[in-house]
Design a binder for this molecule. Structure first.
Ligand code: G16
Length: 539
């Protein structure tokens, strides 16, 4: 039976860089989730006769959210839902299903790399028929409607069993439960040379993949161990848990210190990687060696010919403004188009759809290509393995040779967390105002060559987006400031610092960047305004 339920708006359902992210307890408030979902349906002119891909990363409240979603979709007249078995789907696998089945879009229930559990975060990512998250014009509309919502529609029905693959019906809506892992692996098999990768493992090559108790564990076991022949046990923390076993599933030097410590120990494998909560981020490690995401994008781009799907050429490459300029040098050498977009994967979508780029990546541990419209953690791992298989070189050798060829761009991100929103907003607006006055200013050995907000003009839809403030120095160094768009409460200020060096590749990154980091702190008056003498997280 279809019911119309009266409700009142919460007023705070603004989507950030990766969808709607809130504390789980906030999301679980009465009608909170329902209000948001109905606002999405209404913002896109209803979902009558439409088909969507649905799933989540398994975090706390995932099961309940999917059941509510199914009943709301049926009540709103959807034609069909394609749902990952047991309600699980990784973000890249979801994007793959949208494109494969030509659906009207998809919903992923995940707060991505944010912690899970009743005291963690929950989120909703909404993608349209491109397979990518919707542009700001749509998220603005959703937000506007969520502030006025008066009612939502839902079916009264017992919960749907999502454990068996197959098709069932609810109020005329078809529900197809699928195995997204099989489809995802099949898609990857068309991009990469699986035979070459099997040979690599047959030769005794060892790897460790850390699923961080999140969604990609089962994908990784089936792909690396069962399909490509990596040794049993290569995939660790492979069972998705509602609270990720207490882990903060953000694959970086801080939150996956366990994997980093292992790779710097004598037991280290030849290669290691980790993915985040919903499987779109990746961290790449070699023996006693870490590859920055910015370098990773540059290296993958330079080695595109080792992947069958790209060997005949790539259209171009893009990075977000906060990502280091390492890939710019590669684009120039390859003579391919190069774009710089605001932070947020959705900005790459138009460039991919219009065949302006094939590869793209971000400092926040995301890399991907136009095979789907989301970043793809496992894809990045296969790309690295393909380079290793083709060259016979280690992660460290590949990276060092890259630096030799192009120079090294030292890079670090400093996060100042838990700030009051007002303090953070004021810091950014005051800094923006004083940018022009920084021109030509000298700080120790560094001289400002340009200081301005980053403004992007989308070459496809003509829209403009301002995101972040950038201070450039005459030697090519750069400091970028922006506020995180993925937090669930308060504000996080991110300060990204980079400095190129064409000769000395062996400096300790923190030491190399410390003077610039101090300059950056001084320019933005971070200590004075936030009381913090140093960043909470350095990656
Ligand atoms: C999301 C977006 C990414 C973006 C990141 C930025 O990632 O999809 O494109 O780089 O947010 O995060 P922040 O605004 O906190 O710097 P994810 O993996 O959380 O979906």
């Amino acid at each position: 039976m279809i019911k119309t339920v009266l409700t009142t708006p919460y007023g705070d359902q603004k989507m950030g860089t990766g969808g709607l992210r809130k504390k789980t307890k906030v999301m679980m408030q009465k009608h909170y989730f329902e209000n948001f979902i109905q606002s999405v349906f209404d913002a896109i002119g209803g979902i009558k006769g439409k088909t969507y891909v649905v799933g989540g990363d398994g975090r706390y409240f995932n099961k309940e959210a999917i059941q509510i979603f199914i009943k709301m979709a049926a009540a709103n007249g959807a034609k069909k839902l394609i749902i990952g078995q047991n309600g699980f789907i990784s973000t890249p696998a979801g994007s793959n299903e949208i494109l494969k089945n030509h659906t009207d879009g998809g919903f992923t229930f995940s707060a991505s790399h944010n912690p899970g559990g009743i005291n963690g975060d929950f989120g909703v990512k909404y993608a349209n028929e491109t397979g990518g998250q919707v542009p700001t014009s749509i998220t603005d509309k959703i937000y506007a409607l969520s502030k006025e919502i008066k009612e939502f529609k839902i079916c009264e029905h017992e919960d749907i069993d999502l454990s068996q693959i197959g098709t069932q019906k609810l109020e005329g809506m078809e529900i197809e439960v699928i195995d997204p892992i099989a489809d995802y692996i099949e898609m990857l098999s068309k991009i990469f040379d699986f035979a070459a990768l099997k040979k690599l493992f047959q030769s005794g090559f060892t790897m460790r993949f850390d699923g961080m108790n999140a969604v990609t564990g089962p994908y990784a076991i089936r792909l690396f161990e069962e399909t490509l022949g990596a040794a049993k046990g290569s995939v660790i923390r492979a069972t998705p848990l509602p609270d990720f076993g207490g882990l903060h599933p953000d694959p970086n030097l801080v939150y996956d210190k366990d994997l980093v410590d292992f790779m710097y120990s004598n037991e280290a494998t030849d290669f290691a990687a980790a993915n985040d909560g919903d499987g779109d981020r990746n961290m790449i490690l070699g023996r006693k060696f870490f590859v920055t995401p910015s370098d990773s994008l540059a290296i993958l781009t330079d080695n595109y010919k080792y992947v069958p799907a790209y060997k005949n050429g790539i259209y171009g490459v893009a990075k977000s403004a906060a990502t280091s300029t390492a890939v710019a040098k590669v684009a120039k050498a390859l003579n391919i188009p190069y774009y710089v977009v605001p932070t947020g994967w959705k900005y790459f979508v138009n460039l991919m759809d219009s065949k302006r780029i094939t590869l793209c990546g971000e400092e926040s541990f995301g890399t991907g290509s136009s095979h789907i419209r989301e970043k793809d953690g496992i894809w990045a791992v296969l790309f690295w393995l393909s380079i290793i298989a083709a060259t016979g070189k280690s992660v460290e050798e590949i990276t060092r040779e890259h630096w030799k060829k192009y120079g090294r761009v030292y890079y670090m991100r400093f996060d100042f967390e838990g700030l009051e929103t007002q303090t953070a907003d004021k810091l950014m607006s005051d800094l923006e105002e004083k940018l022009a006055s920084l021109q030509g200013k000298k700080y120790q050995d560094y001289e400002v060559s340009n200081a301005a907000p980053f403004v992007y003009h989308d070459p496809v839809d003509g829209s403009s987006t301002k995101n972040g403030l950038v201070v450039d120095f005459t030697d090519g160094s750069k400091i970028t400031y922006r506020l995180s768009g993925t937090g669930s409460s308060g504000a996080t200020l991110r300060m990204y610092v980079e400095s190129p060096d064409s000769k000395d590749f062996n400096q300790e990154t923190f030491k190399k960047l410390q003077p610039l980091m101090n300059i950056g702190t001084e320019i933005a008056e971070i200590t004075k305004r936030t009381g913090k003498t140093k960043a909470d997280v350095n990656t």
